[in-house]
Design a protein around this ligand. Structure first.
Ligand code: OVM
Length: 400
């Protein structure tokens, strides 16, 4: 067992316990204030919650590697539940995969998606207004990416809903410890991995989608067939739940902050500020790990080679040292860009322009029709090891 410097503050609480997952910010604050790192005694791991230190760790991909997995398990010692993909790969093979991925998800290819995203956004927004009272999660946030992102990748419509959400919840569970929640999400995800893998195959994907564009890189010999499969898998496993949660979180924040909704109606160019502020304020992907390839000292804290380090980007995104004394408030007039919700450095989310486009187009269609959203009835949190969102956010739709 790794021994850490004795002066590092020790926390006996479990950040993955239900009570903290439901309301993580009080514990995040105590960890941030205790020092640049705290040792979680339950896991014997160092946890980082301050913005600057998390950012520095993410920027140094040579010292803080991903190839040993971005969950708590060292995948060099224990076999992963699935083949390691782009997320859990280091240079040089990461670069090969990343180049293909960023060629496929390019400014031009993302721009080309706008029209079809808008078509479905208009349809869905009409439906929301007609209903008058909706669940921002199940009637809106879950519906939109399943349709438009599924179509963009080029997978069949049938089976998406039953497979992709449970698959994402299962997959992202493995970036946290093997606790009861992990087991629940793995049980619920039974069979979905097989469905996802079957849809990564060249012959399952439509001609005109992002998945088929990935396979062109395999045909050209720039990536192997296995790498192409893993890149389509990354789209399907990383692109769905995260965006569903992101849409749910921004709708919830806007329902609770009607003055922010009014600013979007006044000037729709404010939509992108609301999106970034929401990513900062409640980051969909809250925490993950790196592994030290050599002795390191992030934020001055000594970390021996071969240690897992736990990064709470959800806490870094609330760090008052970075965001000021009102860091806990949702305020779309602040400059929230530079948050760590999409990571940072060579592994920074490559799909983020697609996710942002989905959010921007959908919010645009909604603010054109709706004067405000009023929260009604109890909200149900999505309790998950690494994702932060809601399962139910009922709202009354005030058209106008
Ligand atoms: C995966 C995957 C790939 C990229 C990112 C990610 C942020 C997951 O293969 O599951 O999560």
């Amino acid at each position: 067992m790794t021994t850490y410097a004795p002066q590092i503050p020790v926390f006996d609480e479990d950040p993955y316990a239900r009570e903290h997952l439901i309301d993580p910010h009080p514990l995040f604050e105590r960890m941030r204030e205790a020092g640049p790192a705290v040792r979680l005694s339950r896991y014997n791991v160092l946890a980082f919650t301050r913005f600057d230190v998390c950012r520095d760790i993410l920027a140094d991909h040579a010292t803080f590697i991903s190839g040993a997995g971005v969950g708590p398990t060292d995948l060099r010692k224990e076999k992963a539940w699935r083949t390691q993909g782009i997320l859990e790969t280091d240079q040089p093979s990461h670069t090969v995969m990343r180049d293909a991925m960023s060629n496929v998800i390019s400014p031009r290819s993302v721009r080309a998606l706008r029209k079809s995203f808008e078509g479905f956004a208009e349809e869905l927004a009409d439906r929301v207004v007609a209903q008058g009272e909706v669940d921002a999660i199940t009637d809106v946030a879950e519906i939109f990416p399943l349709r438009v992102f599924g179509d963009a990748v080029g997978i069949p419509r049938e089976g998406r809903k039953e497979n992709l959400l449970a698959h994402g919840a299962m997959n992202f569970s493995a970036f946290g410890p093997e606790n009861d929640l992990h087991r629940e999400h793995f049980a619920a995800g039974q069979g979905t991995h097989e469905w996802v893998m079957a849809n990564c195959a060249r012959e399952s994907l439509s001609e005109d989608g992002l998945g088929a564009r990935i396979w062109e890189h395999a045909e050209a010999g720039r990536v192997s067939d296995e790498q192409a499969t893993l890149l389509v898998r990354a789209m399907l496993s990383a692109g769905l739940d995260t965006t569903v949660i992101a849409i749910g979180n921004v709708l919830r924040a806007l329902a609770q902050n009607p003055e922010a909704w009014a600013l979007l109606r006044e000037d729709p160019s404010n939509i992108r500020f609301a999106i970034d502020e929401s990513f900062r304020h409640e980051s969909p992907f809250q925490s993950f790990y790196r592994t030290t390839a050599s002795d390191a000292a992030p934020g001055g804290v000594p970390v021996p080679e071969g240690s897992k380090v736990l990064l709470f980007v959800g806490a870094a995104n609330r760090d008052p040292r970075q965001w000021g004394p009102d860091a806990d408030e949702f305020r779309i007039t602040r400059s929230a860009s530079g948050h760590l919700a999409f990571g940072m450095g060579i592994h920074q989310c490559v799909g983020q322009p697609v996710s942002r486009l989905e959010m921007e187009v959908l919010l645009g269609a909604l603010v054109r029709r709706i004067e405000r959203l009023e929260p009604v009835g109890p909200q149900v949190p999505f309790v998950h090891n690494t994702l932060r969102g809601w399962k139910s956010v009922p709202v009354r739709v005030v058209a106008g």
